[in-house]
Design a protein around this ligand. Structure first.
Ligand code: G3P
Ligand code: CA
Length: 280
């Protein structure tokens, strides 16, 4: 399983791929995360209008695609992902926005290679199937976050659909599933005892975290770094919980959390954290 590939802790997780160097949640971002030294990549899964699973973060398409410039879609603003078919989503350009906006200043600083810049324009929203095939082909572990779709009736069925695709790709051993929706995690535990879980938490820790995670059957804990301190990391790591905070973009903070015993650090700058860890 995921934790057999990554046994010791101290790992670098590429948040939505190498998000500071390539358009997030694209195959280019996944590939750069891998070649630049991340130990695993994190990505987000949600469902299309025709029931297909795709890799995409936001609820709406505006920020990270060219949908607003496409006349045929202009009346569908704010362009919710779940109201678009897979075919419509695949017709969008999910990469040029990054080259145009340089959201992390990495292009201006010369940190993005010309060849990667050239590939951005062709990036499409990946299917989960594509992402799993990449992970399997490269033995590159993946933290699969199931987005909270509780606005949609029947949303719990996304869990069995995700599990079916993981099994079809024969990628069970490379996947860690996380979600802010802990009902989804309980459903994974019921249907797939072989796949490890991590609970995502944003604003506050659950009371009695150790008990909470044990009841959920989760070995991983992924809190927002803003609510995490080193003492809590030491406490949880001491009882075998794999703590991987998000999104840690300050490298001194990342190193301090790793020293306290974090299993992994989920960062937009996997390339920088890898370099810092290498020269230590
Ligand atoms: O999985 C960690 C992190 O990705 C959770 O937050 O909003 O970036 O998906 P978000
Ligand atoms: Ca995520």
């Amino acid at each position: 399983m995921f934790f057999d590939h990554l046994q010791n802790g101290g790992y670098v997780g590429a948040h939505r791929g190498a998000r500071s160097l390539a358009p997030e949640n694209t195959m280019l971002a996944a590939e750069l995360g891998m070649v630049l030294g991340a130990d695993f990549w994190e990505m987000d899964v949600q469902r299309t209008a025709d029931g297909k699973l795709v890799v995409f973060h936001d609820d709406d398409l505006g920020r990270t695609t060219d949908v607003s410039a496409r006349p045929e879609f202009c009346e569908r603003a704010p362009w919710p992902v779940h109201r678009f078919t897979l075919e419509e989503l695949r017709s969008l350009d999910a990469g040029s926005w990054f080259a145009a906006q340089d959201p992390y200043g990495t292009i201006a600083r010369g940190e993005v290679r010309e060849a990667d810049l050239g590939r951005m324009r062709g990036q499409r929203i990946p299917t989960l199937e594509e992402a799993l095939a990449f992970t399997r082909r490269n033995d590159f572990p993946m933290n699969l976050e199931i987005k909270d779709l509780s606005y949609a009736p029947g949303d719990l069925s996304i869990v069995s659909q995700v599990l079916r695709q993981i099994r079809e790709a024969k990628a069970e051993d490379l996947i860690l599933i996380s979600s802010f929706n802990h009902d989804y995690l309980a459903e994974v535990r019921r249907l797939a005892p072989e796949i490890p879980l991590a609970a995502l938490v944003e604003e506050r820790h659950p009371e009695d975290i150790e008990r909470y995670l044990a009841d959920l059957g989760a070995v991983g804990y992924h809190p927002d770094e803003a609510i995490l301190d080193e003492a809590l990391v030491r406490r949880l790591a001491g009882v075998g919980i794999h703590v991987s905070p998000y999104t840690v973009n300050h490298m001194d903070r990342a190193l301090s959390l790793l020293d306290a015993g974090c299993f992994g650090i989920i960062t937009d700058y996997p390339q920088t954290l890898r370099r810092r860890l290498t020269v230590r």
